[in-house]
Structure formats: C-alpha cells, structure tokens
Design a protein around this ligand. Structure first.
Ligand code: ADP
Ligand code: ADP
Length: 223
C-alpha cells in the first residue's frame, strides 16, 4: 500500500473540517501495521479511504500500484460493529464473498472449514449472528474477510467493543492468525499496548487541531 500526501476535508468551502492532511505511508507485503493516535485524528477516515468507502480530497492511495477509488475484493474489512449479515448463518457469512467470486462449492466449503477451525467456531457453523457473543461475531467477521484471500486486511478498532477478557483472547487469536497466514494488515486502534502486542510496525498520527505533522514509524525489530 502506498499512500501519498493524502488529504480529506469534510463540509463546504465556507466551513471545512480537515480530517487528515499530508498523510504519507508505505506498507509492505506481510506487514502488520497499526495506526495509532488520539480520538478524532483521522484514523477511520484514512481506513475508509483505503477501503474505497470514502473519497480523498487530495493525494493518492494505491494497492499494488492500482489507485483505490472503490471497494474491492482485494481489501477485506473488519469494523468495530461486526457487520455480519444477520440473515445468514456463520458458514454462509464466511462463504459470502467466495460465492460472489464464483469459487466452486467444494473448494468454498474447504476454505470455510479451514477458517471455522482457525476461529474455533466449528460447532457454530449453522448458528446465526444473534446467537453469538461479541467476540464470536468478530471472529466470524475476521474469517469472512480472510476467506476471500484479500491482498490487505483493513481493521478499524476491531476489538474496541469487547470486554477486556474477550479483547485479550481476540488479540492472541489475531497474533496467531498473523503468524500462520501472514496477511498484510492495517490495524486502527487508540490502544498503544494492543498495537505493540500485534504489530510489526506502528504509525502515530498526531491529534487535532494541529493536524498530522508527521507519521513517525516505530520499528519493532524483535518481530
Ligand atoms: P478517528 O478515527 O481518529 O477518531 P475520524 O477519522 O473519525 O478520526 O475523524 C477525523 C475528523 O474528521 C474528526 O474531526 C471528525 O469530526 C471529522 N469527520 C469524520 N467523519 C466526518 C464526516 N462524515 N463529516 C464531517 N466530519 C467528519
Ligand atoms: P460477550 O461479552 O463477548 O458478548 P457473552 O457474555 O455473550 O460475551 O458470551 C460469553 C461466552 O459465552 C462466549 O465467549 C461464548 O463462549 C459463550 N456463548 C455466548 N453465546 C453463546 C451461544 N449462543 N451458545 C453457546 N455459547 C455461547
């Protein structure tokens, strides 16, 4: 991912809010990069632009040299609010993108089985989201995103709504998933401990109203 001098302003010309300005980052394959910073500094705005859900006011963002201008299967998303399809079972949720892509049923089932195993929810394959706890729902959301083999997994405060015990379990699971599957991850959090636990590298966005003066990469060489 290459983000070059990205800027996003909301509102009209008369009354503008600059959500992000002068953001430049580079993320390599298989990195787990966290973006930390105080509330309101523009983390979600940056991720929404990377997801193609929001349009930048200036600058560019690319994945594998392709300009991001819409959502795409090359980028998996996990939000704080789970966003599972409530009318689909756990396995149907995970299978959703594979069906759209036209992956043959047998192969899709194998992928679903593998991810159900990873997220330890095999006994819940026929359950509906409303029957699951918050942590379980988020595990399904992660499996659904990864099942599509995206180039990048974009995660916006994915564990922010969970109690502290479940949050710790999810952090451990996420670290295991990264160690085994090595997905490229962009992870938004305001929890610096979580970022240090999970990441290979961290970007710090400075808070408003100063705007983003610099992104300071923190290297965690022991990974
Ligand atoms: P963070 O995720 O770091 O908390 P956000 O990206 O949500 O920050 O917000 C950055 C800034 O942009 C904030 O000042 C916020 O109020 C503003 N902002 C975000 N979304 C909108 C919007 N849809 N309309 C107007 N202002 C917005
Ligand atoms: P949360 O705080 O994540 O919402 P809950 O209090 O809903 O958690 O659930 C606590 C634990 O109970 C879960 O981690 C899970 O192991 C178990 N659990 C929750 N819902 C169900 C269910 N429908 N069937 C079986 N076990 C469940």
């Amino acid at each position: 991912i290459v983000v070059d001098n990205l800027r996003k302003a909301y509102g009209s010309k008369e009354k503008q809010t600059t959500a992000i300005d002068n953001v430049s980052i580079e993320i390599l394959d298989n990195e787990f990069v966290s973006i930390v910073g105080p509330s309101g500094c523009g983390k979600s705005t940056l991720l929404r632009i990377l997801a193609g859900l929001d349009e930048a006011t200036g600058g560019t963002a690319t994945v594998d040299d392709t300009l991001i201008d819409r959502p795409g299967a090359d980028r998996g998303m996990v939000f704080q609010s789970y966003t599972l399809f409530p009318w689909l079972t756990v396995e149907e949720n995970i299978q959703f993108g594979l069906k759209i892509k036209g992956i043959p049923k047998k192969q899709a089932n194998e992928i679903v089985d593998r991810y159900l195993d990873i997220i330890k929810l095999k006994p819940f394959r026929k359950s509906y989201p409303k029957e699951l706890s918050g942590g379980m729902k988020q595990r399904v959301a992660i499996a659904r995103a990864l099942a599509n083999s995206p180039k990048v997994l974009l995660m916006d405060e994915p564990f922010g709504a969970l109690d502290s015990q479940t949050k710790s379990e999810m952090q451990l699971l996420m670290r295991q998933i990264w160690q085994v599957e090595k997905p490229t991850v962009v992870f938004i959090t305001h929890d610096i401990e979580e970022a240090v636990f999970l990441s290979t590298r961290i970007y710090v966005m400075s808070g408003r109203p100063s705007g983003i003066k610099a992104n300071i990469p923190i290297y965690l060489p022991y990974r």
